[in-house]
Structures are given as C-alpha cells and as structure tokens.
Ligand binder design. Structure first.
Ligand SMILES: [Zn+2]
Length: 282
C-alpha cells in the first residue's frame, strides 16, 4: 500500500468558527509515526486524539473532546488530511472551533501544499471491508462494501426542487478530491438561521462561508461552484467523519441522506462487527 505521512514543517492559519463565531488561530506541526491526528490547545497540555472514543458531539458538526476541552467542526480539515493521506499531525488551537474558512476544504488544500508532505518509514494500516455492512435509521444510512479503492457514493433527496435529488460517486485520491470535492461549500437554509442562532449555532455563518438557500434558491451573489455542490459537500463531510476511524477504510462507502450523527454511528456499529473487516498493511 503506502507508508505513513506527515507534513514537512509547521504552518499556521486562522479564521472564524462557523458555529461559535469565535476567531481561531491554528498551528499544524509534523508528528512522528503512529502519532495519529492529535488536537491540543495552546494553553492546555491535554491531548485529544481524533478517534471514535473522543467523539463529543455530532449535531450540526463533528466535535471531539470533553466538557473542558473540545474541538468543533473538525470534519473539513479531517477530510483534507484523509485525501492527502496525512496520518500523523499535531493540531494546536486557541479556540474550540476550527476555522470554517470559505466553507469548503480548498483553504486546507492550500495549507498542505504550503506545508509539504513527507513519507515516513512505517507502513500505514488499512481497515479493509471484506463483507457488506449497512447501518440505517429512518430511511437514512451508510453502507460499506468490499472494494480495492477508496470510493464514496452519496445520494441526497431534498424536497426543495432547487436541490432535489443528487447522486455522485467518486474514487478519492488527491487529484479527484482537489477538483471535485474540496471546493464544495457547507450549505444551509435562510429559514433555519434564526433558530440556529437561538441555540448558539451558525453564529459565524454568512454567505462568505456557506451556500445559503432561500425558499426559491441560492442567495449567494456568486451562485454555486457546481450544480450539485450540495452532494459534493456531503461527500466532503462523509470523508472527514469516516477518517475519525484512525485508520483509512478501504472499501466503497455508500451513503443515503446521512449526516454527522449517522456517519459516526455507522462507524461505531462497523467497528463492533468484526467479521465485516480486517486490518491490513498491504
Ligand atoms: Zn461540512
């Protein structure tokens, strides 16, 4: 397969958090083999590793941590790490939410290009799907099937006809991610904004960092980046959420109308069903 990878040098970025509205500074550091993806605050030594045990919240975004230290909206950064095969990295912040940047993962692509990526002297482990496994709730779900590539298929079905049904299937590698998935932005509905703000969500949201739909269609002056930008963003979220598994999943992941909670619950159930997968290094 391949060896583990990290970045070649420390890089920094900053920006507003989508939900908290708090401005956050982030430092990304190279990390040694078998370190994994580990978060920490500038002012606190507690380390929070991105894995299933550290999941803290999955409503509206994916968070890891605990009541004292948490890291919210990590999914777009995780998706970019996964697409670039960066296995080991140390992520330091001064706030509890990773900057949303423009709502997509393009900013992270630029950051990793600046940082450079280096191969390490240790093979990566994969979780290879050997039998189909699915997890469904109320007509939504995620399924894993054996496949020799990392393939993602997503189907959404919105009652709003300006979104409607969208389906996309994509083999993920650096190039396909940069072209087809990374530019797709978070999306939401104008009618939900007051409610979200009343519960302390989307406080940093605007048309600068999200696609916003009114009752008749997109209100962003620049329009959509793809006619099916919504399903592409759902794949971005799915890649990020599934990378919480700590080892890459080798298989075909098929999702139908799922979100962060179902994506994470799917992983928990998959992990328990040990006859459906095996861990391999090559
Ligand atoms: Zn997202």
């Amino acid at each position: 397969m391949r060896n583990q990878k990290t970045i070649t040098k420390t890089v920094v970025f900053e920006g507003i958090g989508l939900h908290s509205g708090i401005y956050c500074h982030v430092r990304l550091h190279p990390a040694p083999i078998n370190h994994g993806i580990v978060f920490k605050r500038f002012d606190n030594d507690t380390l929070i590793k991105a894995n299933l045990e550290s999941i803290f919240d999955t409503t509206y975004s994916t968070s890891i941590g605990n009541n004292d230290i948490s890291f919210q909206t990590i999914e777009h950064l995780l998706a970019a790490l996964s697409a670039f095969n960066i296995d080991n990295i140390s992520i330091e912040t001064d706030s509890n939410e990773i900057p949303i940047l423009d709502g997509s993962a393009l900013g992270f692509v630029e950051i990793f290009r600046e940082a450079g990526i280096i191969e390490q002297d240790c093979p990566v482990k994969y979780l290879r799907i050997i039998k189909p496994f699915s997890y469904n709730v109320n007509g939504c779900g995620v399924k894993a099937e054996p496949n020799e590539k990392r393939t993602f298929t997503f189907r959404i079905d919105f009652k709003e006809d300006f979104i409607g049904e969208q389906e996309l299937s994509i083999d993920i590698d650096e190039e396909s991610f940069i072209k087809g998935i990374a530019p797709a932005r978070t999306f939401g509905f104008l009618k939900d904004v007051d409610y979200l703000k009343s519960i302390g969500r989307a406080l940093g949201g605007s048309t600068d960092n999200a696609v916003v739909f009114s009752d008749t269609g997109v209100i962003n002056e620049t329009g959509l980046r793809f006619s099916d930008e919504c399903v592409r963003h759902k794949i971005l979220d799915l890649i990020g959420d599934l990378s919480i598994f700590a080892v890459p999943i080798l298989g075909h992941i098929k999702a139908y109308k799922s979100g962060h909670s179902i994506n994470i619950q799917f992983l928990r159930e998959l992990y328990k069903n040990t006859d459906k997968w095996e861990v391999i290094t090559d």
